[in-house]
Design a protein around this ligand. Sequence first.
Ligand code: UT7
Length: 377
Amino acid sequence: MSQRYAKITGWGKYVPERVVTNDDLARMVDTSDEWIRTRTGIRERRLRTENDTTSSMSVAAAQQALAVAGLTPGDLDLIIVATSSPDYLLPSVASQVQDMLGARCGAFALVAGCSGWVYGLVTASQYIQSGAYNRILVVGVEIISFALDFTDRTTCVLFGDAAAATVVEASDEPGGMLSFELGSDGSGAMALYVPDGGVVSPISQRTVDERRQYLRMNGQEVFKFAVRTLSSSLKRTIYDAGLTPDDIDLFIPHQANARIIESAARQMRVPLDKFYMNLERYGNTSAASVPLALVEAVEEGRLKDGDLVAMCAFGAGLTWGTAVIQMGTGEISPAHSLFSLGRARYLARRTSDAVLDSAQSALLPLYTFWYGRRKKS
Ligand code: UT7
């Protein structure tokens, strides 16, 4: 069998109509627009209306993605829905989406926190590259507001609801998925979790009294993990594709906090304007965050045929997922050929990055100490 490539050929999004600003939240909890903006970069987010469900939002985004790809639901071979906020514990929301779309194919949901859509994209590309399937719908969707405690200012200001969908198709032309990295560090599970509602601690009166059905987060732990992971995983995955950070046309990071993204750009010595951001308008939409940013980057004309894109998500688990893709059907960078100038540049940059990475790892505890002192003073 000749080599097969997995390409994103369709994209779509759905965001609820209801806009909630920082000032709106400041009327509910002890916070301010100034605090939220300066600590996170977020100005507003969308929260579901009573008509929005995880399945209905997925279907709206999927219908757009199918239209862009020029496909009908009947053309799909598989549906993957990444979410931590399904309509029901059982059945899988992916089967609801399959039925509502009118597709006739397998469907499953996956949970990898905010990294879910990247996990789904990588999974879809494996089915395609192996020859098993030709057309797969991958949705990232979240009504995370259902798990937010709107009396807890440390979490409720950060998140928003959204859905984004992509169609991944088989192609004989080089491009599409070039490299990926999926990671998990379960030792950090309690840094971002929902205490009750699972087997270990089912919902009870105590749950409700102590508000244990809501998401809890150790923000600083997750922040440190994110800063560590974003730049290092992006670099590893870019090098795996035989590219350097300079070759990447657009970085699409998880939209959790502008400070995390700025720090990654600094560590990678990449201009910040190469990092796409829309968190100002949507906040952190968890599994929908990276695909929503991808869809909007395309809609805004920030991506064209042949562009190289590096995406990285991180979140509950703790997990992370990184993928380097080439949009459309353009040729792969010259860094792939063995003795090219691109190859020499690639090797030089890879070596200097390895040295800098070691230095940064050694300095991170010092930075954390300094930042903690600065905040206290
Ligand atoms: O998808 C992955 C999920 N999550 C993330 O990526 C989040 C990663 N973490 C972060 O983005 C940041 O840690 C936060 C934005 C959550 C918090 O920023 P921070 O600079 O780490 O703040 P902090 O937790 O150190 O809190 C500083 C102060 C505290 O007050 P004291 O103890 O210094 O008096 C907090 O109680 O800010 C207070 N604070 C707030 N004040 C006003 C915490 N949340 C708020 C708030 N409004 N919403």
